[in-house]
Design a protein around this ligand. Structure first.
Ligand SMILES: Cc1ncc(COP(=O)(O)O)c(C=O)c1O
Length: 388
């Protein structure tokens, strides 16, 4: 509206993996529109999308769809409670799993990075939540295997599920350590706890999602964003045994008037078909290029910042401490983060103000160079104007 042009490294919080106005997705949606926009029975595109997802993702033998990642997580937790007959759910410090009551805890006001507390009862992320919300949750330090073991020793027989982002998104774009995910897998199996991988953001890491990249098969997987081709969607998948509560033999219904609507389903099919192995490899190659450029700019300008991310996800944190958990992210300078965001905006680069950025398939290597140049120029300006 004000005449500015910006290159979109935000992608609506990573959902727009094919950018905007993708030809194949537009065609699929345009083809579906005159045939109907919602039905009270499964449309054929739902089956097609389910087949693509079940073929690709190791921990997904069956899948149901709803309208958002929020709903997917809510339903997965409900199924885990039904499966185990237990109530409490363990989450990780700094996590974000959407806006259902039971996961709006522990996202901020974290212990300091040097605090020895590893397992705690979380605080609420906002007001208006039922009083039991925080009591039903257990909060564990991210990327800390000892913390996982401690949580299971203390609360194992009460836990229905441990929910984990294999690549933490909103908490700072932090990849999990391999042995941390292995520990969660081992401990949940041992104690009959459902391991839920929230892949709403991380699914873009590989054709089989981050779980195939790490080689860890969770019991349940929640999805959203990229599986809908830019339209509203959520997906709850899992190994057959853990999907039973959601089947006709179970008693957890996946409700929703617009769940699995044919517009989201047809856009999803087109989007996922276009996101093949080659497309993901190219995105990840460009991600490596971009992070290397960001790191060399930070070193050249001699500023105290760290680059985080993996694959096609990345961010810059104003701290000299290695960024392996959200405690470090919370201690980083939010003022410099805001100034970086503004500096990039002023140079034609759109990222998330809260600190997350990603690539999309239409990007060329020249777009990566544009980002690095914009960041380099921003760092120089921050130094020149004595912000650093
Ligand atoms: C890891 C994760 N889970 C769940 C959600 C919620 O998805 P939605 O915004 O579609 O409700 C998000 C949203 O950003 C997310 O990052």
């Amino acid at each position: 509206m004000d005449g500015n042009r910006r290159l979109d490294f935000h992608g609506n919080y990573t959902a727009q993996i094919h950018g905007h106005g993708h030809g194949g997705i537009s065609k699929a949606v345009m083809g579906q529109l005159p045939r109907g926009t919602s039905y009270p029975a499964p449309p054929m595109h739902e089956t097609a999308l389910a087949e693509i997802i079940c073929d690709r993702i190791p921990g997904v033998e069956q899948v149901v769809f709803n309208n958002s990642g929020t709903e997917a997580v809510m339903v997965a937790i409900r199924a885990a409670r039904a499966h185990t007959g237990r109530n409490r759910v363990a989450l990780f410090e700094g996590c974000y799993h959407g806006s259902s009551d039971s996961v709006l805890v522990g996202g901020s006001d974290l212990p300091s990075p040097t605090d020895t507390v590893r397992v705690s009862e979380p605080g609420a992320d906002m007001s208006g939540l039922p009083s039991g919300t925080t009591k039903d949750a257990v909060l564990i330090k991210y990327n800390d295997s000892v913390a996982v073991k401690e949580a299971v020793i203390k609360f194992g027989d009460q836990l229905a599920a441990i929910v984990v982002e294999p690549i933490m998104g909103a908490g700072g774009v932090i990849p999990a350590k391999r042995e941390f995910l292995d520990t969660i897998r081992k401990e949940t199996k041992k104690h009959g706890i459902v391991m839920i991988c929230d892949e709403v953001i991380s699914l873009r890491q590989a054709v089989g999602g981050a779980q195939s990249y790490y080689g860890v098969i969770p019991d349940m997987t929640t999805m959203g964003k990229i599986i809908g081709g830019g339209f509203p969607i959520g997906g709850v998948g899992g190994l057959r045994e853990f999907m039973t509560p959601l089947s006709e033999r179970g008693n957890v219904a996946n409700l929703g008037t617009f769940s699995a609507n044919p517009i989201s389903m047809s856009a999803g099919v087109a989007g996922m078909e276009a996101l093949d192995e080659g497309a993901i490899a190219d995105l990840n190659r460009q991600g490596d290029l971009l992070r290397a450029g960001m790191k060399s700019s930070v070193q050249r300008r001699k500023v105290g910042a760290r680059v985080s991310g993996i694959g096609s996800l990345f961010w810059l944190h104003w701290t000299e401490t290695p960024v392996d958990c959200p405690r470090v992210v919370e201690q980083a300078s939010s003022e410099l983060s805001l100034l970086t965001y503004i500096g990039l905006l002023n140079r034609g680069v759109q990222v998330s103000a809260r600190g997350m950025a990603c690539l999309s398939t239409p990007m060329e290597d020249s777009d990566i160079e544009l980002f690095i140049a914009a960041l380099d120029d921003t760092l120089e300006e921050l130094k020149r104007d004595a912000w650093i």
